[in-house]
Design a protein around this ligand. Structure first.
Ligand code: XIL
Length: 468
């Protein structure tokens, strides 16, 4: 599927409204995208798909606390759930639900009706049978997942980019625009508790397509059609500019009396990736998150998977990629990740995430300090290596690398009154000069790294660090 965007028409969104809150040490220890979003009354989620659920390094992060919501990227679509007429298969969707339930993640159902990923038999139906087949499909799928999904993308991508209805949809071809109201009514009857959404791309900012969606939602509301929300996919690309006035656009939909959500966020670039593109990408992530946070009825943000390893972008948009906040080695990109954290009101290791480099380690003007032994520890024990990776008047950033056994505890005693203000990758307790760090749930198995920010004055000696 080819996406065209209106280049040049976009203006960078200056996020209106700022908010700040200070994290206590206990809160900082558990700071995740989800915890920060939850502090704003929202969720932060990642899409996923069945093949990658066998990748344990991947699932450790997916289910490790960063995300409070997931969307199955493919497993609830028509070609998967009803490949043959009236023969339903929910195995793949159930697997995503099971993973989500085991990891405190809620599920957005995606999607009941779309012109893509339809089995051939649907397109071959005589027009007179389309409505019955459509209602049968929606009823069966929404009934199966009732109580397991909190929301459904009932209708996906009804519009062309110019705001006309997509006539290639077999539902539109058979029923005209009436298919939309019928789909929502059928979904409501099957699952009265799920929030029912319409979802599209290139509607994120003001423009002809967003106007068409706005007018449709307004009409549906005036007709009493049970629509609860509008999803903005936000498949963005830095070479096309940021959507025009995204916050205002979300707000005008909210003012119609519906929820809004960012449902499939990713920010791609023309490869190769470099630090300038990363910095631009970070501003896009920041702007989207700030737009959602600024609109009371924006209920949450979902990125379209969290890692470039499983992004749909490279196989869809030739020569493009690097769209997600974690790279293909499952490493966080400090630029994009920190931009999201900051936009959610959290605190980050780098004071200026949008200008930090693409390198995974911070580049401050202090040379790394001498560290402890790097020889492998005996079985059943562990070794921790402490270093200062950046320092500035009054503050510094430290990093500790742990090797050895799973389930480590690292301790040290500061000699010069240093105090940790924030720590990531673990849970910290500081009592006077004594520091104890235990791993975050996803970080128990070495090689593990945690980082922290701390204050210092006068002297900043490297402490002796123990691991047990
Ligand atoms: C994509 C999936 O991520 C891919 O794996 C699949 O091959 C094609 O569909 N808009 C949507 C999503 O609503 O369902 C699409 O997901 C991405 C664009």
């Amino acid at each position: 599927m080819r996406r065209t965007l209106f280049a040049g028409a976009a203006a960078l969104l200056a996020a209106a409204g700022t908010f700040t809150f200070v994290l206590t040490r206990a809160e900082a220890a558990t700071q995740t995208l989800q915890s920060l979003a939850a502090a704003n009354g929202r969720y932060f989620g990642s899409a996923t798909d069945n093949p990658e659920l066998t990748d344990t390094a991947y699932t450790a992060i997916l289910g490790g606390g960063e995300f409070g919501q997931t969307t199955p990227g493919n497993s609830m679509k028509w070609d998967t759930t009803e490949p043959t007429r009236n023969a339903f298969s929910f195995t793949k969707g159930d697997a995503v639900v099971t993973f989500a339930q085991a990891h405190n993640m809620k599920v957005r159902g995606h999607t009941l009706l779309w012109h893509n990923q339809l089995p051939g038999w649907v397109s071959q139906l005589p027009a007179t049978e389309v409505q019955a087949a459509m209602e049968n499909h929606i009823t069966a799928v929404a009934t199966h997942f009732r109580g397991k999904v909190f929301a459904w993308d009932v209708v996906n991508e009804p519009f062309n980019d110019d705001g006309t209805f997509r006539s290639t949809s077999p539902f539109y071809a058979a029923m005209g625009t009436d298919y939309i109201a019928a789909a929502f009514r059928t979904a409501r009857a099957a699952d009265p508790d799920a929030k029912l959404y319409i979802n599209d791309y290139n509607t994120d900012g003001l423009g002809a397509k967003a106007d068409a969606m706005y007018n449709l939602v307004k009409t549906l509301k005036s007709q009493g059609v049970p629509i609860d929300g509008v999803g903005f996919q936000a498949h963005l690309a830095i070479q096309y500019g940021f959507p025009s006035q995204m916050q205002q656009n979300l707000q005008r939909f909210a003012d119609l009396g519906v929820d809004v959500a960012i449902t499939e966020l990713d920010v791609r670039m023309v490869l190769p990736r470099d630090s300038t593109k990363d910095a631009t990408q970070a501003t896009y992530y920041s702007n989207v998150v700030k737009a959602c946070v600024a609109v009371t009825r924006c209920v949450g943000i979902t990125i379209w998977d969290y890692t470039d390893k499983y992004s749909w972008v490279p196989s869809t948009f030739s020569g493009q990629g690097a769209a997600l906040p974690w790279d293909e080695n499952l490493q966080q990109k400090p630029t994009a990740y920190n931009a999201i954290v900051t936009a959610l009101g959290g605190t980050v290791s780098s004071p200026s995430p949008s200008v930090s480099s693409a390198s995974p380690s911070p580049s401050r003007s202090v040379s790394p300090s001498p560290s402890a032994s790097s020889s492998p520890p005996p079985a059943g024990s562990c070794t921790a290596t402490y270093k200062i990776v950046g320092s500035w008047p009054g503050g510094f950033q430290g990093e500790v690398n742990v090797t050895g056994k799973t389930g480590w505890t690292v301790t040290w005693t500061f000699a010069n009154g240093q105090t940790i203000s924030q720590l990531w990758g673990g849970t910290v307790t500081q009592s006077g000069a004594s520091v104890t760090v235990k791993p975050a749930s996803w970080n128990a198995t070495p090689p593990a790294t945690f980082g922290f920010l701390a204050s210092w004055n006068g002297t900043n000696a490297i402490p002796a660090v123990s691991c047990s």
